[in-house]
Design a protein around this ligand. Sequence first.
Ligand code: UD1
Length: 338
Amino acid sequence: MKTILITGGTGFIGSHTTVELQKAGYNVVIADNLSNSNENVIDNIEKITNIRPCFIKVDLSKEDECKKVFDKYPNIEGVINFAASKAVGESCEKPIMYYKNNFGIILNVLEQMKQRDIKYFVQSSSCTVYGEPDKLPIKESSPIKEATSPYGHTKQVSEEILKFVTLSSNIKVIALRYFNPIGAHESALIGELPNGVPNNLIPYITQTAIGLRKQLTVFGDDYPTPDGTCIRDYIHVVDLAKAHVVAIDRLINNKNKKSLEFFNIGTGNGFSVLEVIKSFEKTSGVKLNYVIGPRRQGDIIQIYADTSLAEKELGWKAQENLDSMTLSAWKWQLALKK
Ligand code: UD1
């Protein structure tokens, strides 16, 4: 049984990926500082899979703490790196914190991997690296535009770091560029748990519907799109989790074609904010209280993925649709209330 270290494994995407890796027969070690998650996620993962992942609470941005993880679990064969600060707005207020944390983590982990000859690394990247696209759907070969936030910049520079690390070591990397991950596990035992007022659309919708927020504001309806609201490629978090299993399998089985590969992980379909609201109202049966407000600064007008490379090379394709995504997010919100 191969052991994979999941940094940030108690978070939204990390927890779902842990479940899918365990189901695929991997042994998982989670390292997380619990800065944006809760330790009871470990119990809930165990409830889903009947396997308790190993867990170590550490701040990976500190060199000695990162080393401790690899000392304690000398059988780690690969790493999936989710651990990072990820709020776009907060990153604009605290850029130094973002650079120290996100680069500290990736550099410390890569250093340990290099010292111990651990070869396989999957990076949590983002469609945010593309900026406002010139052509849609967007391909992996599209140009990387100037970042609009320190958060986005850390994702871009992390990809560059990985480029030079793979050139100078045996480390092989797959960077998955996610579009907009939403939804929750069908068990409603794990899901997205934003701290405080959510920034992202889906948790804002479900919290409004359940009465935690008064009203959703749709940020702008005067964009050059069919209904005037922004368009995104929403992807179910379980589909996304499965893409990580396929990526680590590919590296371990030496199926990768280059030492650094990038893949878009989305559905290939773009949906507007109003379409997402409609889907939510349909699947939940709840009428959503929303108003149209001004545009949000920094929002991209529309972006959705060309996923043909992931389909061809990884044999991976998203299975879920918008309705199943909004329904699972709602079930998770309802379960949180209990
Ligand atoms: C952002 C980040 C992305 C990150 C993702 C998930 C950028 C450009 N994108 O995506 O990298 O992976 O968060 O953390 O930095 N909306 C409303 N009202 C709300 C909230 C959102 O109308 O209260 C709209 C937004 O204007 C947008 C859409 O909903 O059109 C999705 O927004 P959001 O969920 O915040 O994700 P992104 O901004 O696309």
